[in-house]
Write a protein that binds this ligand. Structure first.
Ligand code: ADP
Ligand code: MG
Length: 458
């Protein structure tokens, strides 16, 4: 155990933790989030901090505790632990005998906070919403409105994009972040379908004013999938009423949809025109880099063991939705754990095919090896093997060239599939074919015929 543990104060140790957090998660998050946290004590190897609510505790525990504990270990030794003292609403004076005055130990603001179901899913946060060119504007505008709800020109913040692009995730992340920064604000997340359902129920039970009173005092109203109001005239009317009231009172509105305000046919014009008053930000299909980062993040989160070349391959081929990226990972894990298959490129290729049945056929290295060995009447193992016999080396050059041209694999990955050859050997094969392709008629005929065989029926 380090001797420093005896001398360091909770304050000083906390400052070191904050320093590490700043370096890893950025200054603004740390300032905003951790100003509400108080270092309490160090006893033996246990460091205790006080957090203002259960939600804070869960959030810090989920996203930052690993980093904090790393720092603690450096100063308190390997057995260092982090503990929280949570000021829950149970500590609030309402639990005391009714005459008792307010408890002085409760942080200001907490008492005023009324329990109100926000419908927010704590699982979706900004920390696990991977940034990228495809979501840059929507993400940063979302953070801004969470930080300063109703105080920016991003009102409403209108987020649109196709299915599976992260609208719901971002909507919850905005709510969760705002809740963290402004525990006293009233936030509600509803998808338009549930809004409709609740309205219909209210009409049926003649409770419309109760229904409306739910929205009157909201500081932040997040409504997901507004396109569900299309074709529902009465619900649109009431939504317009709610929207207008909140907007005029300077409250923050966040709306998601599957199309831009201009393209929202079937919604009343007076509604869609108001959507354009704030900021409309589009979520685009994720670019390659974001796809790779999302995969890498999910793999790390789940503690999975998937080699990097496979992640590159998946990021290259699954171009549709983030949801498909998750689906592919799940299937790979299922094959590996249930069917005991090795996680390799052949498995990845097979699963990618399952996800893209309608896409023009993606050719695999395996198919190329088989087509080439069939064509030259040699054994696939000879292609992968060490033989330098002239006709085998020739076939191997062609197979490598076709693999490079028609798959998205990197040289290194191709080398692995051809008996573990290194990338310069692979490069040599490709260059050899390229240099003779236009002068050697026989070679160009072989390549063309093989391509015809490979793409037949594609
Ligand atoms: P939408 O509401 O647009 O149909 P979702 O928000 O439900 O899409 O997103 C689909 C899935 O993809 C969710 O599991 C979500 O967490 C994940 N996802 C989307 N975008 C990202 C991102 N940038 N980083 C991490 N996960 C994402
Ligand atoms: Mg959604």
């Amino acid at each position: 155990m380090s001797t420093e543990a005896l001398s360091v104060s909770p304050q000083a140790l906390w400052e070191k933790c904050l320093q590490a957090l700043r370096e890893n998660v950025g200054t603004s998050t740390v300032t905003l989030l951790f100003q509400a946290v108080q270092p309490l004590s160090i006893r033996d190897n246990v460091f205790t901090i006080r957090v203002p609510s259960q939600f804070f505790y869960e959030y810090i525990e989920e996203h930052f505790s690993r980093l904090i504990v790393q720092t603690l270990r450096r100063h308190l030794g390997q057995k260092a632990r982090l503990e929280y003292e949570v000021l829950t609403t149970l500590d609030a004076p309402t639990n005391l005998p009714s005459q008792a005055g307010p408890s002085p130990t409760i942080l200001p603001g907490l008492r005023a906070r009324q329990p109100f179901p926000t419908n927010l899913n704590p699982k979706y946060t900004f920390e696990n919403f991977i940034p990228g060119a495809c979501n840059k504007l929507a993400r940063s505008a979302g953070m801004t409105v969470a930080e300063r709800p109703g105080q920016t020109s991003f009102n409403p913040l209108f987020i649109y994009g196709e299915v599976g692009q992260g609208k719901t995730h971002l909507a919850h992340a905005i709510g969760n972040y705002a809740r963290l920064l402004h525990p006293d604000k009233t936030i509600l997340y509803l998808d338009a379908d549930r809004f409709t359902q609740q309205y219909v129920d209210a009409v049926r039970s003649k409770q419309i004013s109760t229904f409306l009173s739910r929205f009157e005092n909201l500081d932040i109203f997040i409504i997901d999938d507004i396109q569900f109001l299309i074709g529902r005239e009465a619900t649109q009317d009431i939504f317009f009423h709610v929207f207008k009231g909140l907007h005029e009172a300077g409250r923050q509105l966040v709306i998601t949809a599957d199309a831009s305000p201009q393209d929202m046919r079937g919604l009343a014009e007076r509604i869609t025109s108001r959507f354009s008053w704030g900021l409309a930000a589009q979520l685009l299909p994720p670019d390659y880099e974001t796809r790779f980062n999302i995969l890498e993040y999910k793999v790390r989160q789940e503690g999975l063991d998937i080699p990097e070349p496979i992640l590159h391959y998946l990021a290259e081929y699954i171009q549709s939705h983030v949801r498909d990226l998750e689906g592919v990972l799940i299937q790979i894990m299922a094959e590996a754990s249930i069917n005991r298959r090795e996680i390799n490129l052949a498995l990845a290729e097979e699963i990618v095919q399952r996800f893209q049945p309608h896409r023009s056929k993606a050719i695999t290295i395996e198919q190329i090896i088989h087509a080439v060995s069939d064509y030259f009447r040699i054994h696939p193992e000879e292609l992968r093997g060490k033989s330098r016999r002239k006709e085998i080396a020739y076939a191997r050059h062609v197979a490598v060239y076709l693999s490079r041209k028609h798959t998205q694999h990197a040289l290194k990955a191709i080398g692995e599939r051809f008996g573990g050859r290194d990338h310069s050997t692979i490069l040599h094969s490709i260059e050899w074919v390229e240099s003779y392709l236009h002068t050697n008629r026989e070679l160009s005929k072989h390549v063309q015929e093989l391509e015809r065989i490979l793409f037949r029926g594609a």
